[in-house]
Ligand binder design. Sequence first.
Ligand code: SAM
Length: 281
Amino acid sequence: MGKAIATASRTKEIIEKWNLHARKGYGQNFLIDPSVAARIAESVGGSGAVIEIGPGIGALTEQLALRCDHVRAYEIDGDFLPVLADTLQDYDNVQIVHQDFLKAELDQDAEGLKKDYGALRAAGNLPYYITTPVLFRLFESSAAFSVIAAMMQREVADRFAAGPNDPDYGALSVESQYLYDTKKLLNVPRTSFYPAPNVDSAVVVFTRRDDEAPDIEREAFFTFVKACFKQRRKTLYNNLKEYYGSAEQAQNVLENAGISAGTRAQELSVADFLQLYRSSL
Ligand code: SAM
């Protein structure tokens, strides 16, 4: 086997051979640091399948293929399909799906992989313009990914460590902290990509907790949390009034939970959200 795809020299060769032009609109910044690709893959490696978001020319896909039983990678840009068929020709455990990940039948696909391969994890050097919706999709999937390793903008990575009253704290923080233990694996400078983006990045690893509340319907709870944060500057009372379409119901729910009407969503911990949600049932 030759040089890793994630090296600067191999990436340059591939780009020249296929006359590729990185599309900014698709957030195309190729990873050119093989040790970073290897570390991401190690954190989701092991028996089972992995879903990858945005394989590009295969830098991370290759490392995943070396460590997982099966890789299913969703790529929106059709120009990469012949490239990937070439760069990943040595790996028979990779399936490339030409699709917008945000439009994929994720629950169906993921449940199928879980059935066929046992464990299911997810990884990606995420396109910056859709980092948040991609993470919401992964968190909200019925397939319950056991580990997710994602490269993202450093500012977004900070949101996962944010607690109540922190400006970065929001629905994404609450969902992730409810389901996952979160750790920043490493900071990645912009020079580790070609072309170099304008921001620095970090890899965050989410490991599924085993204490999800059995009495809570996850999807409905997350819809409720998002409604509480809908307008950050508004009080919980005002956001809930809009959510229910009833001032009386909003008031009752807050009263039952013992939370004052002037409180804002960003003041509540995950435990407070659970309490508030339970009082609404
Ligand atoms: N994984 C490669 C790497 O590490 O070098 C490429 C990473 S690049 C930051 C993001 C990749 O996601 C690009 O290949 C881009 O075309 C792809 N992409 C962008 N939007 C997408 C979407 N909605 N669904 C699937 N792939 C997408």
